[in-house]
Design a protein around this ligand. Structure first.
Ligand code: GTP
Ligand code: SPV
Ligand code: MN
Length: 604
């Protein structure tokens, strides 16, 4: 179901509302001359436009309509089987010097990369329609909000951007006619979906992105990882704010006291699930609400970090989503949802591994082949996704549109670690917290192409998303801390620790409320903890474990620190810092020494 389809010709009144800013028009003209499309479609984000594009996408087999009774207004898209996840090895930060991109990014000299991409884009849209998508990232009245334009030759991208961003007129208005206004230039073309010609390139100094050869997710929805994180982090450092790979949630106690928490977990490590958590029965009266599930833009106000979610929808992992694990996500994707790479049942419904109930006796798998429960292949791709508007979320936070953002009481780092990392602990202070973020590691997942399950260091869950030198990024975190008179407390969590027989020790999902409650208790200075070499650790009696069906010895194991494992961890931190080739700030090198010293003192 490739999206490489011939041009479409819209009726009058659709696709013809040009923006007025001359710099935008000049840029579009330049891209038109290069790519030579049959025609240009100017998106305005209206319902009429959306309906027209869906109709065209159905006719051109870019989308399949799902059963209107089972999943109203919802569609399935299948991407090219060679194109199912982010491609980190082909993602580039093209700053004038290699130093600016730093040791964790692929780098190319900008002029060289522009030339290479322009050669590939020459005539690439011949016979096709070029769409121009205006969008904003952030609530319409926020000072943090950014304007972007994405040019694409994919209808799937246009329809997805309509869900994931505030798209159309709102952006044209926000930009206005000022020729010097800041806005992001994004160019995307499917080319021929040849993996050998797939590149996701960022030019931070030009506020520009060019993506070619892919039609999938974070590679092509340029608002998301490309603008909101890679270019975003670059601008944030220059402008004194933060762009982070974090969910934002609100948590209200039965007495009505409310805190907001931001959490950085790597891709496919539980952000969406945590952001929509439903507390277990024992926590009657507690309520968790979602501000964002993937990205947080944060600024300092009155000495505190305040966060907005720049997005307008969720691009979430489908497999494993069920009424048992995440009822709020299930309710969010019951209608008005664009599915990618899930299975299609014979009655026009969608299915995936981990959905409630028995598997269908027959389905069409994500590749478009017949599938039965006996098939060896998975019915849905492990990185199959839903795109759904955030207004579908039954627990959407009341302040999600608040321009100044919500005040953050705690920041949580967490990865997918089978061993070593306890369920939860608290940093001694901001800089120690920055160290926890800088050294965090996680087992790789299907969200990016490549091996799955390998532990790799992923600082602040930003390894694939930091748009500049990681050493400067660490320095930026430290500098922000100095400007905060009321900094959030910083924690580390791990829902994924396993017992020796390979089973998760912790039930996770709704029960993560127990950990969240301890975090809130610490913010309110009522929670108990013991000092340990790695930070403040709760004992079993500090965490509310009422009505939890987990053996006490497992609880002791997940909350505990294994000194042998931590010696290996300390070595891994050292190796990681060394691998960065001298860019790590002194403050963090000292943090490591102090951590090693605290362990040495205990074993003395
Ligand atoms: P991205 O959208 O890639 O950034 O992912 P994410 O961080 O939002 O992860 P998500 O919440 O979609 O979860 C990814 C996978 O982890 C899913 O298969 C979930 O079912 C699983 N998962 C989430 N939370 C938990 C948990 O607490 N315990 C366990 N065992 N699995 C979890
Ligand atoms: C991630 O990989 O962190 C995602 C999915 O959120 S994608 O938008 O494809 O990057
Ligand atoms: Mn993500």
């Amino acid at each position: 179901m490739r999206d490489i389809a011939p041009a479409i010709s819209p009726p009058k009144g659709i696709g013809d509302k040009k923006p007025t800013n001359q710099t935008v028009l000049d840029w579009v003209h330049e891209v038109e001359l290069l790519t030579q499309p049959e025609n240009i479609f100017w998106c305005d984000g209206s319902d009429r436009e959306n309906e027209f594009l869906i109709e065209q996408a159905l006719q051109q087999n870019v989308l399949i309509k799902l059963n209107e009774k089972k999943v109203p207004h919802s569609y399935l898209h299948r991407s090219n089987p060679n194109d199912v996840a982010r491609v980190e090895q082909f993602t580039f930060i093209c700053t004038p010097t290699k130093e600016e991109a730093g040791p964790t990014n692929n780098w190319s000299e900008p002029a060289e990369m522009y030339l290479k991409l322009q050669t590939m884009l020459k005539g690439a849209m011949r016979g096709r329609t070029m769409f121009v998508i205006p969008y904003i990232m952030g609530p319409p009245d926020s000072p943090l909000t950014k304007v972007g334009f994405e040019i694409t030759d994919s209808k799937y991208v246009v329809l997805s951007m309509g869900i994931m961003t505030r798209m159309g007129e709102v952006a044209v208005k926000r930009l206005g006619d000022d020729r010097n206004a800041e806005w992001n230039r994004g160019v995307h073309s499917l080319l021929d979906l040849d993996p050998a010609r797939r590149f996701i390139c960022h030019f931070p100094q030009d506020n520009a992105i060019i993506s070619v050869g892919s039609g999938y997710g974070g590679n092509v929805l340029l608002s998301k990882k490309c603008l909101a994180l890679r270019i975003g982090s670059y601008l944030a450092r220059k402008q004194g704010w933060m762009a982070e790979h974090m969910l934002i949630l609100g948590v209200a106690s039965p007495e009505g006291r409310k805190h907001y928490v931001a959490a950085a977990f790597p891709s496919a490590c539980g952000k969406t699930n945590f952001a929509m958590l439903i507390p277990p029965k024992h926590f009657a009266g507690w309520k968790v609400t979602t501000v964002g599930d993937d990205i947080a833009w944060m600024q300092i106000r009155d000495g505190r970090l305040h966060a907005v979610n720049p997005e307008n929808g969720y691009f979430g992992v489908v497999p494993g989503t069920s009424y048992k694990s995440n009822p709020n996500a299930m309710k969010s994707i019951e209608h008005d949802t664009l599915y990618t790479n899930v299975a299609l049942t014979d009655d026009g419904d969608v299915w995936w591994e981990g959905k409630d109930g028995p598997p269908p006796l027959h389905a069409i798998d994500w590749r478009g082949n017949d599938w039965t429960p006996d098939s060896k292949e998975k019915a849905a791709h492990p990185n199959s996704r839903f795109a759904t508007p955030m207004r579908n979320n039954p627990v959407l936070d009341i302040d999600v549109e608040k321009g100044e953002g919500v005040p953050i009481s705690a920041i949580i780092f967490g990865g997918r670690r089978s061993d070593t990392m306890p369920l939860v602990f608290e940093a001694f202070d901001w800089n120690h917290g920055v160290y926890l973020g800088a050294t965090m590691a996680s087992e790789t997942t299907a969200a990016a192409t490549g091996a799955v399950g390998q532990v790799r260091r992923d600082p602040m869950a930003m390894l694939p998303f930091c748009g500049y030198n990681i050493g400067d990024y660490f320095r930026h975190w430290i500098a922000i801390g100095k400007r905060l008179s009321n900094p959030p407390l910083i924690f580390n969590v791990n829902w994924f620790r396993k017992s020796e027989d390979g089973k998760f020790l912790w039930p996770g999902f709704g029960d993560n409320m127990r950990v969240l409650k301890w975090i809130i208790d610490r913010c309110e200075k009522t929670g108990g903890a013991a000092e340990s070499p790695i930070g403040w650790l709760p004992s079993p009696h500090d965490v509310d474990l009422e009505e939890l069906d987990v053996e006490h010895k497992c609880i002791v194991e997940i909350l505990g620190v294994d000194h042998e494992e931590w010696q290996k961890e300390l070595d891994a931190h050292k190796k990681f810092f060394e691998s960065l080739g001298g860019v790590v700030p002194e403050v963090l090198l000292k943090q490591r020494e102090q951590l090693a010293k605290r362990f040495a003192e205990i074993t003395k």
